[in-house]
Design a protein around this ligand. Structure first.
Ligand code: ADP
Ligand code: IPE
Length: 264
């Protein structure tokens, strides 16, 4: 079966779909709006959705130091908990997608991928392609996964997005978050921060970034560095706000003036 639709890899940031400051708190209204946009987009594009952990993944991963790899028996209950809460968030996202009429299907990251030193070592992308060819919308998510050297680790949704982008060469990668794009400084703390519409990674030292204390995957700085591998190979990467109505729809189509295009 040959598909003529353009492939878009979309990351739904944990900052957008959850309240990152309150444990296990989904933002149902945001997820519903996103699902509506995904439904519309799925008529024109092939989509791979990847969601982040937000307050379902980070606090518990941090508590048990899952991102540092296995070093103590005390951590293993934490590994179970990360997997449990991430599955819970995934069910919420999946439920909203199905309610909106999106033929979404989850591929649990920890079951189809293995890491080596905190990086994805292999992932069964063939299964993802098979679902795409059936006209379905595969969903993956940042997760605790097995690591060949460290026992286990945390893989971010951004790492999954860049891995799949390099492997499947989509038309573009779209990173949805809770701010309009990359700013000179954190716009939540500095209202005078300026949105950078075309952001060159080579000028990364010119901006100031911050991350939440609970964030185990490095926040916006790690996101930008992860995307360097993608833009280097000529695949466009854009980042913008998906917490507003039709935010994702407009972002994918670049029909909003407020977003950032990341370049080398
Ligand atoms: P997500 O969870 O949506 O994938 P992150 O939480 O990792 O994204 O990164 C987005 C957050 O980064 C925003 O909520 C914003 O407050 C914060 N941030 C810090 N510094 C910056 C900056 N210079 N530009 C944009 N956002 C920034
Ligand atoms: C983190 O994924 C997953 C876990 C902490 C289990 P991300 O790093 O992609 O999550 P967000 O988008 O920052 O919340």
């Amino acid at each position: 079966m040959v598909s003529i639709l353009k492939l878009v890899v979309v990351k739904l940031g944990g900052s957008a779909i959850t309240d990152k400051n309150k444990r296990y708190t989904p933002r149902y209204d945001v997820i519903e709006n996103i699902a509506y946009d995904v439904k519309k987009l799925s008529e024109k594009f092939q989509l791979i959705l990847i969601h982040g952990g937000g307050s379902f993944g980070h606090p518990v991963a941090k508590e048990y130091e899952i991102h540092k790899g296995f070093f103590s028996k005390k951590q293993i209950l934490g590994y179970s908990k990360v997997r449990y809460y991430m599955t819970m968030l995934n069910q919420i996202v999946l439920e909203k997608m199905i309610e909106a009429g999106v033929p979404a299907v989850t591929l649990h990251t920890s079951n189809i991928a293995i890491a080596k030193n905190g990086e994805i070592f292999s992932m069964d992308a063939d299964k993802i392609l098979k679902y795409l060819n059936l006209g379905m919308v595969p969903i993956l998510y940042g997760d605790a996964i097995l690591d060949l050297n460290k026992g286990f680790c945390i893989i971010s949704g951004d790492q999954i997005a860049s891995y799949l982008a390099l492997k499947l060469r989509p038309w573009k990668v779209v990173l949805g978050t809770d701010v309009d794009g990359i700013y000179s400084k954190d716009p939540k703390k500095h209202p005078q921060a300026k949105l950078i519409q075309v952001f060159s990674i080579s000028e990364i030292e010119k901006i100031r970034t911050e991350k939440l204390e609970i964030d185990v995957t490095g926040g916006i700085l790690a996101k930008i560095l992860e995307m360097e591998k993608v833009v280097e190979t000529g695949i466009p990467v854009i980042i913008g706000n998906i917490t507003i109505k039709n935010g994702l729809l407009k972002l994918v189509k670049e029909e909003t003036p407020k977003y950032t295009k990341i370049i080398v």
